[in-house]
Ligand binder design. Structure first.
Ligand SMILES: Cc1cc2nc3c(=O)[nH]c(=O)nc-3n(C[C@H](O)[C@H](O)[C@H](O)COP(=O)(O)OP(=O)(O)OC[C@H]3O[C@@H](n4cnc5c(N)ncnc54)[C@H](O)[C@@H]3O)c2cc1C
Length: 339
């Protein structure tokens, strides 16, 4: 039976380091524990929130309900052939540990996603992505426990309805399922390496590597991320606070007539513009407001400079949204889940 604690600080359970409290808090260590928890009267009569590493959440206030912290560990090989391996990983495993395990075994497909914080279970939630790769490219299926019944449902890749930082779990099925495991399909040979995005090619060339292995790519990504992003253990943050907005071709043309050299890349239905560039153009980079601020190396990252409340971070985010909207007529949307 899962032990339920009362009045617990969430400070060490979110990378922003916000000192919000949960009325109730518990840790689930197995799928059986999870199923018996969700079928209990206590669970049915309280609001709940699933928490992995808390690296994509902002608590604006105390959570009036039950926080369920995911500690369901374990991974196993489902099957393999000469070309591919199918790996089922329980959702409490840390994403980066799984990446390191795959890189060490020369299983390719997720090396570009090295050093992303968080759990395996949250990876499909927003279809994590970095350096030209998204997790949807390697997801075979996702198992999830329905919170209203305790039944396990398997979602195929298509059923997950992945999009840019989106999935069915972030939309129609938000707060309805607990992702319990994720099955990945990875390559054992003839890896498809992606080096064209961001500073990877440049970093590899500085490392004198012409024919990169997946280990070389992982090392390059780790190097770039360590130099560019703040360590949340010393400066609270949740990575990119906003999604990169997609605008129409017409809007983009109008923008380029007013602003020289707008960075951009193709999107599904138009053009994507980096949110960090828009924020920087509005003069926010490195700014501090009370205990909240904008990182001095990456304007897309909001930071807790020490003792910030969730509301301080939130009101800074709102100020940024209005100033970007005023200058560019573009509405930024948070990528972070706000509670
Ligand atoms: C420094 C830094 C860099 C980052 N870089 C990137 C990046 O490059 N690319 C990227 O995509 N993201 C990035 N992120 C964001 C974050 O790491 C990812 O979104 C990660 O997947 C969140 O995992 P988590 O376990 O911390 O989720 P949490 O923050 O605990 O939860 C996030 C959301 O998912 C829900 N959730 C969590 N687990 C489950 C589950 N098992 N079942 C159902 N719902 C669940 C929660 O309820 C919440 O709504 C970064 C964050 C930081 C701090």
């Amino acid at each position: 039976m899962v032990a339920i604690q009362e009045n617990i600080s969430l400070k060490r359970f979110n990378t922003f380091g916000i000192d919000a409290k949960a009325n109730y808090f518990c840790e689930v260590k197995s799928i059986e524990d999870l199923i018996s928890l969700v079928q209990s009267e206590f669970f049915k009569s309280h609001r709940s929130l699933i928490l992995g590493s808390g690296s994509n959440v902002l608590f604006r206030q105390d959570f009036k309900g039950l926080v369920v912290h995911n500690s369901i560990f374990g991974r196993n090989i489902v099957h393999q052939n000469d070309e591919s391996i199918y790996l089922k990983i329980n959702s409490g495993e840390l994403w980066h540990d799984a990446v390191m395990h795959c890189v060490q075994n020369n299983w390719g497909g997720i090396e570009n996603l090295s050093l992303i914080p968080g759990t395996m279970g949250a990876a499909p939630m927003q279809n994590i992505g970095a350096y030209g790769v998204e997790v949807r490219e390697v997801i075979e299926s996702v198992d999830a426990v329905e919170l209203s019944t305790g039944r396990i449902k398997t979602f195929s890749n298509l059923e997950c309805k992945f999009g840019y930082r989106e999935s069915i779990f972030k939309n129609e099925l938000r707060e309805k399922f607990f992702i319990s495991s994720v099955t990945l399909t990875l390559t054992k040979k003839n890896h498809r390496v992606t080096t064209s995005y961001g500073a990877i090619a440049d970093t590899l060339s500085k490392m004198n590597i012409a024919q990169p292995t997946i280990k070389n790519i992982s090392d390059a990504v780790i190097k770039i991320r360590t130099e560019k992003l703040p360590d949340f253990n010393s400066l609270g943050n949740a990575g990119s606070f906003f999604k990169n907005p997609e605008i129409t071709e017409a809007h983009f043309l109008e923008l380029t007539s007013n602003f020289e050299s707008v960075p951009h890349y193709p999107a599904n239905q138009g053009v994507k513009v980096p949110a960090g560039w828009l924020i920087e153009q509005c003069g926010w980079k490195g700014k501090t407001f009370g205990n909240a601020g904008v990182h001095d190396k990456q304007a897309l990252v909001l930071v807790n400079r020490g003792g910030a409340t969730g509301d301080e971070i939130f009101s800074l985010a709102m100020k940024i949204i209005s100033s970007v909207s005023e200058k560019f007529s573009i509405t930024l949307t948070p990528e972070v889940n706000i509670f």
